[in-house]
Design a binder for this molecule. Structure first.
Ligand code: MG
Length: 168
């Protein structure tokens, strides 16, 4: 049986992951609508990853005999002025998620909930990967600047991303 305080915090994280999914789906739709199909593909894959994060936590709450309570998902932005601005929003958001996961981990530690702590290890590793991937794209965008050929090349690169179920 899981402590109520931890159950509530995990439920809040489920909501945060589904909000992330909604944010990236919105980015994907925006870039698809303006013909940046590679960027749209990258965010579509990201959307699926966030759904998997939410589901992994939801499954874990069930495994601990807890109760999943799905909350409404808040609205998300629908337009971005450039590819770079979307990736800046992405890294800022992922840094926020990282600090939420860290707070959850601290709560599990405080409560000596070792099972939750162990579950969160996978999420901590996942956040390192998320931030690294996005930072790499931002570094490339800095190199490219306003160069159309460079942006076209990056779009082709981002079109190659495929979804791999995160092992959580
Ligand atoms: Mg996530």
């Amino acid at each position: 049986m899981i402590k109520k305080e931890i159950e509530d915090a995990l439920n809040a994280q489920v909501n945060a992951e589904f909000w992330s999914a909604y944010l990236y789906l919105s980015m994907s739709c925006h870039f698809e609508s303006i013909g940046r199909n590679g960027v749209a593909n990258w965010f579509r894959v990201q959307y699926k990853e966030e759904l998997a994060h939410g589901e992994a936590l939801l499954n874990y709450i069930h495994a601990r005999d807890g109760r999943v309570v799905l909350q409404p998902i808040q609205g998300v932005p629908t337009e971005w002025t450039s590819v770079k601005s979307a990736f800046i929003d992405t890294i800022e958001h992922e840094r926020k998620v990282t600090s939420m996961i860290n707070s959850l981990y601290a709560l599990a530690e405080e409560n000596r909930d070792y099972a939750t702590r162990q579950k969160l290890n996978g999420f901590i590793a996942e956040q390192v990967e998320e931030e690294e991937n996005v930072q790499h794209i931002l570094d490339n965008l800095d190199l490219i600047g306003e160069d159309g050929a460079g942006l076209y090349q990056l779009d082709l690169e981002l079109a190659k991303r495929t979804y791999v179920d995160p092992a959580l």
